[in-house]
Ligand binder design. Structure first.
Ligand SMILES: NC(=O)c1ccc[n+]([C@@H]2O[C@H](COP(=O)([O-])OP(=O)(O)OC[C@H]3O[C@@H](n4cnc5c(N)ncnc54)[C@H](OP(=O)(O)O)[C@@H]3O)[C@@H](O)[C@H]2O)c1
Length: 373
């Protein structure tokens, strides 16, 4: 029965193909092949049939070929990351989630494998990314309409192409969209080791903006600080270093920041607020600690602080998103020039569950896990 449902699952990812009984699959495939010349190869996919703990609800299964219709592009996936939002989608706690059964993953890069008869402007071998990001990238072959795919330059390493949209674009937008930052200004952020955090440091530096960064306490924090400073961070503090009465006294010559970014919540968010100047704004875009944000009454009355939020998926559905492909090309260009880099670990697809355990934080702090197909 499981295979029946998984065959159905693939209908969400570009096909109307449905086999009724698992034991009839081979005959079913050959019948479909007789009617249609254009079929994708079978696809190995990370599928979940129920929401729940990702390590227990996900399985790697073989999905049958699907039809490549006239406007479709069949893409052989090369790499796709495991992002916190992928985990939340599988857990069923993300505001938007695919119907189950579903294939995991939301961004990635692939190589065009075959094209529907009406597709123009793409050729086999081209590198493409789903843009805006789109569900179901954790599989070896994805079939979706041409409009989903954005052709990119092949000169960047595949792991950067696979991860360029969700995190670097969030960093870029947040720096642009919340007030006017000028060269010489400063921003403050927690979660500075995240990909978003590392991109904020580097994009800020390109604009002449200083960054004050907060990281979790850990063994080897000096090494992490040095790495972030190597990316252009002006100051990096562990949370425990900031358990002082006057955090701004630690800032030497940096100006008080008007803008702060929070992807952690709890005490770490309070520390961001402490750095902000009168009338400053904290933008929350993640909640890695799963703890709420507590704001003192005096922060509102005497400092007139503002709290905002950012969600890339909502931004992507706005008019401005039309320009997002240009922004992605810009970010990939910076990567190519070595102006943006971040830590990643490429993991063979066969080790998917080991990568998932790392992404779930079971072994402490880890670089971003990127599946290589
Ligand atoms: N709102 C949006 O549109 C949007 C878009 C993109 C990303 N995000 C959010 O941005 C955040 C970072 O994403 P990413 O992909 O860049 O992250 P990432 O590279 O996967 O890194 C994970 C980050 O979370 C930190 N972390 C993990 N568990 C934590 C915990 N229990 N308490 C405190 N910190 C913890 C890690 O710190 P250590 O180094 O100390 O382990 C690391 O900085 C996530 O919350 C993600 O959902 C939001």
């Amino acid at each position: 029965m499981a295979l029946v449902r998984l065959a159905t699952a693939r209908t969400h990812y570009g096909s109307s193909f449905l086999c009724l009984r698992s034991e009839s699959l081979p005959r079913c495939w050959s019948q479909i092949r007789a009617f249609s010349a254009a079929m994708s190869p079978p696809s190995s996919a990370v599928v979940y049939e129920h929401h729940g703990p990702p390590e227990s609800v996900t399985r790697v299964v073989e999905l049958p070929p699907v039809e490549v219709k006239e406007n479709d592009v069949c893409v052989k996936m090369l790499a796709a990351p495991i992002n916190p939002s992928d985990i939340n989608r599988i857990e069923g706690v993300y505001p938007v989630r695919p119907h189950v059964p579903a294939v995991g993953g939301y961004e990635g890069v692939g190589e065009v494998h075959s094209l529907g008869s009406a597709v123009k402007g793409l050729s086999p071998g081209d590198w493409v990314i789903p843009s805006p990001p789109s569900s179901g990238t954790w599989q070896t072959y994805v079939v979706k309409e041409q409009s989903v795919w954005h052709k990119i330059n092949k000169d960047v390493p595949m792991e950067y192409a696979a991860t360029v949209t969700i995190n670097p674009l969030t960093a870029l937008r947040m720096l642009e969209d919340f007030g006017n930052l000028n060269p010489g200004d400063a921003i403050v952020q927690n979660g500075a080791t995240s990909i978003v955090g590392q991109c904020i440091i580097q994009l800020a530096r390109i604009r002449g903006i200083h960054s004050i960064n907060i990281i979790r306490d850990r063994v080897g924090s000096d090494e992490v600080k040095e790495k972030l400073k190597g990316l252009g961070a002006d100051e990096v503090f562990t949370e425990s270093q900031l358990e002082v009465k006057n955090v701004k006294g630690l800032l030497a010559n940096l100006p008080e920041p008007a803008l702060g970014f929070n992807c952690v919540g709890g005490n770490s968010a309070t520390l961001v607020l402490k750095f902000l100047r009168q009338g400053g704004t904290m933008v929350t875009y993640g909640g890695m600690s799963k703890k709420p944000i507590t704001v003192s009454t005096s922060s509102f009355i005497f400092k007139d602080l503002s709290l905002r939020g950012f969600w890339l998926q909502k931004w992507m559905s706005s008019d401005k998103a039309k320009e997002s492909r240009k922004m992605i090309d810009y970010l990939l260009g910076l990567t190519q020039e070595g102006k943006i880099k971040y830590e990643m670990e490429l993991v063979p697809f066969s080790n998917f569950h080991a990568a998932l355990d790392k992404a779930l934080g079971k072994f402490g702090s880890q670089p971003k896990q990127v599946i290589k197909f």
